[in-house]
Write a protein that binds this ligand. Structure first.
Ligand code: SAH
Length: 223
């Protein structure tokens, strides 16, 4: 069982209502339009996904460290990716690569029937699983593995979200996308990354570049 604090909605979660509203307004100003995405981001206690020492910064629109050289993405990025993933239709199952803190996982779990999430760092995998279970989020399956291979057991997926940047589109992931399915992922190295959306159409894929991106790299193997 995680510490009592993680189950306690009082404290920062309650006292920071104004700060939270400010964040939502910022997301709207930045072009996030989906009422569902905004609702979920308004309701989810982001401070429970970071170390206690960083909790007071949880409602700023910035990325925060989660250990192991990884970061919890900026709220704008989470919102933008989720909106891009779901705006073309209703997604039934989503495969997420890079569970990290589990925050993006929790956002997706509130919006689709089932989320399958893969993380390569065992401590992050364990921690995110415990955290989401403590929050009584039950429609998620977790896997500790190299997500570049996807998760064949439950493929195909109506949507795939990748939260770390590969150099190119991983073939295994593209293959696990259902017809009409949508994949959103950052591609490229260092400052040269782009957020890309891929839609499976017949035998091919249509892809569009959404905006510049800055993600940690997708790494090979497990840790
Ligand atoms: N969505 C996360 C963001 C985490 S940062 C959040 O909301 O907190 C990216 C994550 O991808 C890190 O946890 C990193 O360990 C993980 N990652 C990197 N390469 C991976 C791979 N090949 N397979 C699975 N996870 C990977």
């Amino acid at each position: 069982m995680p510490a009592r604090r993680t189950l306690d909605p009082v404290g920062i979660g309650m006292t920071s209502r104004r700060t939270r509203e400010r964040l939502i307004q910022r997301l709207i100003d930045a072009g996030i339009e989906s009422p569902e995405v905004l609702r979920v981001l308004r309701e989810l206690p982001r401070h429970l996904f970071v170390d206690e020492a960083l909790a007071s910064r949880a409602y700023e629109d910035s990325a925060l460290p989660i250990g192991y050289g990884q970061t919890l993405s900026q709220p704008y990025t989470v919102a933008r990716m989720t909106q891009a993933l779901l705006e073309l239709g209703t997604a039934d199952t989503v495969l997420e690569i890079g569970t990290g803190s589990g925050f993006q996982t929790a956002v997706l779990a509130a919006l689709v029937r089932r989320v399958y999430t893969v993380e390569r760092v065992s401590e992050l995998y364990e921690c995110a699983k415990q955290r989401l279970e403590a929050l009584e989020i039950r429609n998620v399956r977790y896997r500790h593995d190299d997500g570049a291979q996807g998760w064949r057991d439950y493929a195909p997926y109506s949507a795939i979200l990748v939260t770390a940047a590969p150099r190119g589109i991983p073939r295994a992931l593209a293959e696990q996308l259902a017809p009409g399915g949508v994949m959103v992922l950052p591609i490229g190295e260092g400052p040269q990354q782009s957020l890309v959306r891929l839609v499976r159409r017949g035998r091919g894929f249509r892809h569009e570049i959404l905006e510049p991106a800055s993600f940690v790299p997708l790494l090979a193997g497990v840790a």
